[in-house]
Design a protein around this ligand. Sequence first.
Ligand code: HEM
Length: 422
Amino acid sequence: MKIVLPSALSDWVKTNRDLDHQELVREQFFAHFPGFEAQYTLHCSDRILINLLRTKLSQNEEIMPIINQHIGPALQYYWSDSKAWHFLDWENDTTGIISRAAASIFVGPEKATDPEWQNIVQSYVREFFAAAGELSGWKVPLRPIVQWVLPHASACRDLRRQACNVMENVVQRRIQEAKAAEAQGAAVPQYNDVVDWTMQISENNHSAGDIQLALAMAALFTTSEIFRQILIDIARHSELLEPLRQEIKKALADHDLGLAALAKMELLDSVMKESQRQIPISVGLERKVIRETSLPNGTILPKGSHIMVDSSDMWNPNIHENPEVFDGYRFMKRRHAGDKSSQFVQSSQGHNVFGGGRHICPGRFFATTELKLCLVHILFKYDFRLESGYSSSPVQSGVYAAVDPKVRLEIRRREGPEDCPL
Ligand code: HEM
């Protein structure tokens, strides 16, 4: 049972300390069951991972060249260099790019390109969400029993064990490597990734495997979904291709690869945000009431209840002119007109895709960087189009929505000289 509040209460929800996001997620996604430890790690009250994402992963220019280096090989692996038109294996070849780009910073050089590791994390995310759905179908008192035999929950336990083993080896190897370097008076190898950052936090009690799975869970599906929608929208609006390429070329000619160059990609940013509007989620800002509280009009929200906030402002004609039309320039125009919340990374009362308040998504800067870098490579290296006559639309599932899972997207490596500015 969910209580849906109007969007006018969005700021009230964001600032109310009697409402909590983490407790909601821990409860809704069974963080206390074996195999689901990563969910506990992600939403743990110690906030170790969240603080790390805020301090190390957000707006960190040093990680950009590392992500960038991984995108080219990932595209060759999943999208190929073939100059003949061919169809993408939609879910696999889109999730794969995002997963490998993210892994360059999450897991680091030893495992980022390892197909076996990629298989573990991607499978875990799939199994985890399937397990959550599977368990929700059972009555609450039976869940602690049936989770031992349900297929997706069992797969989670198995994959988690594998992930923890792999990561324990990575951590041990790094410790040995550092010891050997110190013994020889040599410089200790330096890493710029989550494995290294978490090894430096003395109070961290989460296993390296759970940390990796937690990151994959938060980052993989969310970023891959919007990536897929952006590809669909650009394929449908090929008139955007040249302006996008021109803007990117100029941004990278005026600035080195870094935050300033990405900030100059305003049209790309606007297209990305407009693509978020194409996924018709009905609600955002989900919270659990941890102490009884009252709405501004005096209505009591009982302790333990779950609330959501209506997202329909994203398609409200009083807010967006022709809201049903895809306009890649929409948010760029708003930005130039002085709207301070029109960037992809920003959250506002009318556009809560990254949530808000103290729980606002701490990975949104990273997601923006990753998406922009992937799209730069793709826009310069590939032609892409929807299968002739194919009309794509999202799939609605209750209050949630998913990008069309069956898209027929054709790609080919572009002809002519290599002009990718990255
Ligand atoms: C486009 C991609 C993404 C979307 C749309 C998204 C969306 C969200 C949303 C809606 C929330 C809940 C915020 C709230 O209710 O106030 C959230 C929380 C969170 N996200 Fe993201 N996210 C994305 C990418 C990422 C990435 C790449 C990471 C990690 C690197 C990440 C890590 C997290 C974490 C740790 C939280 C929990 C924050 C808390 O409970 O305080 N997300 N995200």
